[in-house]
Design a protein around this ligand. Structure first.
Ligand code: UFG
Length: 378
């Protein structure tokens, strides 16, 4: 059993990856500040993984009743805090050290990054510096980093290979590029580093159980969660940003991948890093298929038997016509490709949204204790 640390593991992609890692036998420690995630999400992950109920055993601690050992521990903490990071690494040290980190923690809203650039540089870049320092203190040299196709900017290349030029166009993208650069320098500075830079395209959908899913703060910036909220009646109608793009039906084309495919991609990346000699691996994670806004909308409607109101409005500044991955390197290097269809994405996304129209909010715990949850067995 490998013990891994997930920063931002209580968020959308982190929680789904946490479940996939637990199901493949890993022991997981999570540090999350709950700025865009919740302890409730991990409670449901514990339930789905069969770890027993997620119980609060003291003012500061929740635990489950998994027979046979501690499998999931959650700390409330900030990746910019060395103290918080040390606490997570040291708790894990009780039963053997952390062998790898999956670094999801970060801010990800393009518009917000333009209004608050320093916050993005602080959380995304300083947070990663602090994390790497902590990894150094605790003798861990294996890291999977959540990068983004946003690095490719508004390229016309279709599909986009990893070798395409990096030309971010907003502070969020610059911070991802800076971290990729920093990790490349770190990997070159000393032997032993095993680092994967995973460039996500458009992760959407939810676990098929409908128990965990995406729970954006406030008005969703992204198409899929917005569509789900229109379907549940929480939003009146969808605005389609531009009907005059040079695409088949005039609406923007993206590479949507099911979040469980993405979660499994992280498991594969970890396996490859741990099995092979030290390396820096840079991979696109996408389906290789492009779908327009209207295609996604129609698939959502057909799959779920719904009709969703929409209007076509002006293009959104900074958008591009088409963004589709060339995912062939991920298949070649780690035998990974997406397995789930657009219809499954729509079915599972709706299963989550319809069962949890307000997300996790009705069950969100108070965020005061430092140690929010931990699962200990014998
Ligand atoms: N769109 C709408 N209406 C909406 C929201 C989006 O029509 O309310 C359209 C966009 O114009 C675009 C498509 O739906 O054509 C997808 O937009 P998203 O905002 O869902 O996703 P983006 O491709 O713009 O960006 C996402 C993430 C970025 C990441 C990028 C990687 O938000 O952080 O994918 O390709 F970098």
């Amino acid at each position: 059993m490998t013990k891994v640390l997930l920063t931002g593991g209580a968020g959308f992609i982190g929680s789904h990856t946490c479940l996939a890692l637990l199901e493949s036998g890993h022991q997981v420690v999570v540090i999350d500040d709950f700025s865009n995630g919740s302890a409730e999400a991990l409670g449901r992950v514990a339930e789905l993984a069969g770890l027993g109920p997620w119980r609060q055993t003291s003012a500061e601690r929740w635990s489950g009743a998994e027979p046979g050992g501690s499998r999931l521990t959650l700390f409330r903490g900030d990746v910019r805090s060395s103290t918080d990071l040390d606490r997570a690494f040291e708790a894990a040290d009780l039963g053997g050290g952390i062998s790898a980190v999956l670094h999801f923690a970060g801010l990800k809203a393009v518009g917000e990054s333009m209004a608050q650039p320093l916050r993005y540089w602080d959380v995304n870049v300083t947070g990663t510096v602090r994390l790497l320092e902590a990894m150094g203190r605790h003798g861990c040299q294996t890291l999977v980093f959540s990068s983004s196709a946003t690095l490719y900017g508004t390229t016309d290349t279709v599909p986009i290979p990893e070798t395409a030029p990096l030309q971010p166009i907003n502070p969020y993208g610059y911070t991802k590029a800076a971290v990729e650069r920093m990790l490349t320098d770190v990997a070159a500075s000393a032997p032993g580093w095993r680092i994967a830079l995973l460039r996500y395209f458009n992760p959407v959908g939810a676990h098929p159980s409908g128990r965990i899913g995406e729970d954006p703060n406030g008005r969703p910036n992204n198409l899929f969660p917005f569509l789900c909220q229109v379907a549940s009646g929480r939003r009146q109608h969808l605005e389609v940003f531009g009907g005059d793009w040079p695409t088949g039906d005039g609406t923007g084309v993206r590479d949507y991948l099911h979040v469980m495919d993405l979660a499994e991609g992280h498991g594969r990346a970890l396996d490859v890093l741990q099995a092979e000699p030290p390396q820096l691996l840079t991979l696109n994670l996408g389906s290789g298929q492009g779908h327009s806004v209207l295609e996604l909308l129609r698939t959502f409607e057909t799959t779920n038997g719904l009709t969703l109101p929409y209007t076509v409005v002006e293009r959104r500044p900074g958008d591009s016509a088409v963004s589709v991955a060339d995912p062939s390197q991920a298949e070649r290097r780690m035998g990974w490709r997406t397995r789930r269809s657009l219809a499954e994405i729509c079915r599972d996304g709706w299963a989550w949204q319809s069962a949890n129209p307000q997300g996790y909010s009705t069950n969100k715990p108070q965020h005061t204790p430092e140690l929010i949850g931990t699962q200990h067995g014998s």
